[in-house]
Design a protein around this ligand. Sequence first.
Ligand code: ATP
Length: 385
Amino acid sequence: MAAITMKNIVKQYGDGFPAVNDVSLDVQDGEFMILVGPSGCGKSTLLRMIVGLEDITAGEMVIGDRVVNKVAPRERNLSMVFQNYALYPHLTVYENIAFPLRLAKTSNEEVQRRVNQTAELLELTEHLERKPANLSGGQRQRVAMGRAIVRQADAFLFDEPLSNLDAKLRGQMRTEISRLQRRLGVTTVYVTHDQTEAMTLGDRVAVLRRGVLQQVGSPRELYEEPVNLFVAGFIGSPSMNFLPASVDGSFLETPLGRFELRDERKIEAVGDRSVVLVGIRPEHFEDVSLVGEEKKARGSIVRAQVDVTEWLGNELYAYVPYEAPEDLAAQLRDLSRELDSDQLRTQAVVALDAASLISPGREAELWIDTTKVHIFDPATGDNLT
Ligand code: ATP
């Protein structure tokens, strides 16, 4: 096993902006690190540079105590599982798993021992004589994983290994990968664009955007303390609501109504700005009729016109359309370099207790837990709270 250290890694293809731009990241020995971000953010490129399938334009890649910038892929002792888990169709499951050992000229006896052990771990023992065509998608995925772990590699690298599977199987495989990684304790780097996968699998998650590392932290840190608008909007589903707000002392005037910040730290964060963006997670709203007096006192109440509700059994989503005053919206557009246009939605999504009787087409009173709101600088996108 080995730690992986990336120091100021850059990848430049042609003259455009760099695909990976000055990324420094430490993956500790035995750690499960997720690289996540939207399509094109550079996460696969970074993974390919770790494995050695892509040259490094600048910076240093260290695996264990070796700088590997110029080391050939097969000499890095890493194991990679790709998206399209290419299995050899003419070989049995046994031979597919044995393949890397055969390449390394391992003795037959050792091959047998390792393949059997791996098959047991992945519950593939009874399928060892089958060909890939006769396996389910999940079983094929497990064979691909078996092939990766049969060798004693220093680290495992996964490039969106579950993206070809249906939602149910993806959920199952997620738990299996998680269990397997914990049992083997091998350093793992896992690329995905799916924030749910990122949040559920990793010890730590690194969020990338346009080649630049935005934040690295535990899933909880990213969720509760996102450093900027991008991370706040990317992590969490349904995603955080961002409301433009004009500032009036400790009061914020938002399209959903006026509310007070009672927390000194948040008031300080607003400073002397006249316009901010308020970030409120859907679950930090509640139907006011379900909130006790004590709790009510630490938040604020707004009136909202709900146009659609979705009852999911364990919670109720309510959609509240709003219009940002044109002058505020225009001011924000001018100020903002960080906002993607769809982040200034014109509806808020609120996740209420399933017992709520709020219904579409009616005005509702919503309580906001103002101790949990985030305040963003509209010019830089930085989280000020
Ligand atoms: P996806 O989830 O869509 O795979 P990604 O985050 O993994 O996206 P990369 O594949 O790493 O993104 O690509 C990062 C950027 O580098 C993209 O803008 C992409 O177009 C560009 N890029 C990737 N490979 C090459 C290449 N061989 N030549 C030129 N540009 C490339």
